[in-house]
Design a protein. Structure first.
Length: 437
């Protein structure tokens, strides 16, 4: 007897899944209706109905369908997993983690479930949970390179550098030309404060790709140099990978409140919202969400296309430019904006000696530049590249740059920018005023 004969819904479900994957949502709905008539209590129909609803933007309907699927078959792993993934995509991390752990217990040998659970842990910023399940995965498939790379990266993030280095080393021993493992070991050694031990790997990467700007950057770091800027390719890759989880990670996980605080400052000065604003490093559009629609223009600049895609969903920004902020500032005509913001972005931009004068130039008279920096020690260099991969700036140097550029009023407020590992990240917010005409 054929599978189709014993499971008359199978052909409809396979067809509906293919249609959903192709974005053919109207026909997918018709196919699922046929399947529902065949078996009105089939949990698979409701699971696919949930995926269809999410694709069409009906998040409430997606939750209803997936919860129905789970209620019909509480011990069926795929339904539980899809619900957990939807919860994670909607930043409902507590329930997502709880549901994911249930699925892991239901199907401990299922590698698809394992991949979903690890993805949920990463989205929730729960690195310890990810490490636990990656270790479990490597018990099932001990030599899986992808799982080992993920484990090494997570171990390094948790500060478990020695174990991470052992994992990276094993991968490199197996394949000395493994770019990803070589980069991973360089990053781990830099994070561990051992740049000189990463020199050989950095040179190996340059031998593989001499013109690669990211490899050149790492080579500088291993030599104890401080590059003036980070490569665009490095930043684009980092933030593309974070786009789906950025809001939940920053706001809930790291208690990031700058967009809300700066929006309140801007609206206090412009209660009628009549202004043009340039949001440098707009990311997922958190500042725009806090501001709401303006009667002028709200323009976002970000290297990451995926970040911009998230920001565009808010329907607040008028236009986006996916370019390096230094290039955006250099190429923008004079006197266009009443406000320019750069929140949590100069920590990646590095040297500000041209950025600040260009910001003054493109501000209208009586305009404001508002930006944040992480704090570097006043007894050290003006610019410090930290083990986190972010730049810290000396407050006195930044103030001097603003005044030298021509800003007539420079207010600096020390603040906690966010928390990491339960510890506050110290920084300062600068509000620099361009003289009135």
């Amino acid at each position: 007897m054929s599978v189709t004969a014993t499971d008359p819904n199978l052909k409809h479900l396979q067809k509906a899944r293919e249609q959903i994957a192709k974005g053919d949502l109207k026909n997918a709905a018709l196919t699922l209706n046929k399947a529902n008539k065949q078996w009105p209590q089939d949990p698979r129909v409701f699971m696919l109905g949930g995926l269809l609803a999410e694709k069409s933007g009906n998040i409430k309907g997606a939750f209803e369908a997936l919860r129905k699927s789970v209620s019909l078959s509480p011990d069926w792993g795929p339904g539980q997993l899809e619900l957990a993934l939807l919860l994670a995509r909607q930043n409902q991390f507590a329930e997502a983690i709880e549901t994911a752990e249930k699925v892991a217990k239901l199907e401990p040998q299922n590698l698809t479930v394992l991949a979903g659970v690890v993805d949920i842990a990463h989205r929730a910023g729960h690195t310890e949970m990810a490490i636990k399940h990656l270790r479990r995965g490597l018990e099932l498939v001990p030599n899986d390179a992808m799982l080992r790379r993920l484990l090494a990266r997570d171990l390094s993030e948790q500060g478990q550098h020695e174990e991470a280095l052992k994992v990276w080393g094993g991968l490199i021993d197996e394949n000395p030309s493994d770019h990803e493992a070589l980069v991973g070991r360089v990053q781990t050694l830099l994070a561990a404060g051992k740049p000189e031990q990463a020199q050989a790997d950095a040179q190996a990467l340059l031998a593989l790709a001499p013109q690669d700007e990211v490899y050149q950057y790492y080579a500088q770091l291993t030599q104890g140099e401080t590059p003036a800027q980070q490569p665009a390719a490095l930043m684009r890759g980092l933030f593309d990978s974070m786009a789906d989880v950025y809001d939940g990670h920053m706001v809930r996980g790291l208690k990031y409140q700058l967009p809300k605080q700066i929006a309140e400052k801007i609206l206090a000065r412009y209660p009628d919202k009549h202004l043009n604003l340039l949001d440098l490093g707009c990311g997922t559009g958190l500042l725009g969400v806090c501001l709401g629609p303006l009667s002028g223009y709200l323009i976002g600049v970000d290297l990451s296309t995926k970040m911009v895609e998230q920001a565009a969903r808010h329907n607040v920004y008028d236009r986006f430019h996916t370019v390096n902020l230094h290039d955006a500032l250099r190429d923008t005509p004079d006197g266009l904006y009443q406000v320019i913001t750069a929140l949590d972005v100069f920590i990646y931009a590095g040297d500000l000696t041209t950025a600040i004068p260009n910001a003054l130039r493109i501000l209208a008279a009586d305009g404001q530049l508002i930006f944040s920096c992480e704090t570097a020690s006043e007894s050290g260099p003006d610019l410090v590249l930290q083990s986190s991969g972010r730049y810290a700036h000396k407050r006195s140097h930044v103030e001097a740059l603003c005044r030298a550029a021509g800003f007539d009023d420079v207010a600096v407020e020390e603040t906690t920018l966010r928390t990491e590992g339960g510890a506050p990240v110290q920084g300062f917010v600068v509000t620099a005023h361009k003289p009135a005409a």
